[in-house]
Design a protein around this ligand. Structure first.
Ligand SMILES: Cc1cc2nc3c(=O)[nH]c(=O)nc-3n(C[C@H](O)[C@H](O)[C@H](O)COP(=O)(O)OP(=O)(O)OC[C@H]3O[C@@H](n4cnc5c(N)ncnc54)[C@H](O)[C@@H]3O)c2cc1C
Length: 388
């Protein structure tokens, strides 16, 4: 494995994101949005005007060409300001752009990708359920195809559906065939969130408060079969869609948030330690504080290498299930460790909402859990490496 300088177009993209963030994502706004658990969508739409949402979408559909390393760099930069815009960006460019580019029918690509490239659509993700966490293939929400194959009727409850209140569609993993074997009885459906029969119930949660996370309850919800991901040919092929590129890329996108949040925490603690004086000198001069800060920066560097290496493999369509799982596992756990150390450096000031550190702590707490927990990543890696 060799390392070279970052491609120039990604460095430029980072500068664009930084300029936007400096102007739009000020501390007072971030604090208010986090408290309300809601980010005004006009801020996201102004961000989309930079063209960033097209980074996962081919040029023929209005994007700038699939570039997963650039997409991860955008998340990494945005997440230094928390999940406020990183969250909606993921719902658009990843849940929408990556999923539909990879698994959508021609009709779905033509209809949805240009809107996603412009940042005009958000997709929520409905994988988890009240009885389903790590074992996704055990989903209980049912989808029945009508005899004429024109409509699909959905019943069940999706849990932790983040941003369902602001998204246009929820992409759900559903049980579409009771007869077949596990993994071959699942489909992905894109349900417009204004369809009759859908109830949305808010869940109160810590961390990633760019939007409410919710239960989405389906009671005899009828949608056109055009909303099966991949069209009618995608029926009962949902697991393959999920377990292929989509899951690898989901690991990258969450890991990007963890890296961005941890980077912000290190920067904040680094600056604070030079301003805060105790025992007649800046606390950065006390050896144990210095060591904590340097350890945090060193771990951060390791996290960065793991993430961008995995993103490089995914971008080049090289086998990367092990590397994306390792990145999710290592960065998720290490970022939590880094942020908690940085909070300690800031003492009591790391525990009050006037300082962003308190939000970094809440955001990072969920990283080893969401998108496949650390333990599930360990199982994935052991399985992929054929550990008996
Ligand atoms: C803020 C937030 C936002 C979220 N947003 C979304 C979203 O938008 N869409 C969505 O679908 N989901 C979302 N989730 C759900 C998230 O992805 C799940 O919480 C996650 O997959 C873990 O599932 P669980 O919490 O049910 O844990 P469980 O699967 O019940 O696991 C509980 C514990 O047991 C361990 N465990 C379980 N099985 C094994 C095993 N085989 N081996 C070893 N250990 C095991 C787990 O690691 C964990 O520590 C969100 C969650 C949160 C907190």
């Amino acid at each position: 494995m060799y390392f070279t300088s970052e491609p120039e177009h990604i460095t430029m993209l980072r500068e664009t994101v930084r300029r936007f963030a400096k102007k739009e994502l000020t501390d007072d706004k971030l604090r208010a949005w986090d408290k309300a658990c809601e980010v005004p969508m006009d801020v996201f739409h102004r961000f989309a005007e930079t063209g960033a949402c097209g980074v996962t979408i081919d040029e023929e559909y209005g994007g700038s060409g699939r570039d997963l390393v650039a997409a991860v760099a955008i998340i990494d930069e945005l997440a230094r300001y928390g999940a406020a815009i990183a969250g909606p960006f993921i719902h658009c460019a990843f849940y929408g752009g990556v999923n539909i580019s990879e698994n959508g029918s021609l009709k779905q690509k033509q209809e949805l990708l240009p809107k996603l490239a412009r940042g005009e659509l958000l997709m929520a993700y409905g994988l988890s359920e009240p009885n389903v966490g790590g074992d996704l293939a055990a989903v209980e929400t049912t989808a029945k195809l009508s005899e004429d194959k024109n409509t699909v009727t959905i019943n069940g409850t999706k849990r932790w559906c983040t941003a369902a209140r602001i998204a246009d569609y929820v992409i759900c993993l559903v049980r579409s065939d009771d007869e077949s074997k596990k993994y071959k009885n699942l489909s992905m459906v894109m349900v417009p969130l204004d369809t009759p029969g859908i109830d949305i119930v808010d869940l109160d949660h810590i961390g990633l408060r760019y939007a409410k996370t919710t239960d989405v309850i389906f009671t005899d919800v009828e949608i056109s079969a055009d909303h099966i991901l991949g069209g009618i040919d995608g029926w009962n092929k949902g697991w393959n869609m999920l377990a292929s590129e989509a899951l690898d890329v989901e690991k990258l996108e969450i890991t990007g948030v963890a890296l961005g949040v941890a980077t912000a925490a290190v920067e904040d603690a680094w600056a604070y330690s030079q301003e805060r004086k105790q025992f007649g000198k800046p606390i950065s001069s006390h050896q144990s504080v210095r060591h904590d800060l340097v350890e945090a920066r060193t771990k951060l560097q390791a996290c960065r290498h793991m993430l961008y290496h995995a993103a490089f493999l995914a971008q080049n369509r090289l086998p990367c299930s092990v590397e994306t799982s390792m990145a999710k596992l290592f960065v998720g756990d290490t970022a939590l460790d880094i942020v908690l150390k940085c909070q300690q450096v800031m003492g009591a000031y790391g525990c009050v909402s006037e300082y962003a550190m308190e939000r970094h702590v809440r955001d990072i707490m969920v990283m080893p859990i969401v998108g496949g927990s650390s333990k599930i990543q360990k199982n994935n890696i052991a399985g992929r490496l054929r550990l008996p």
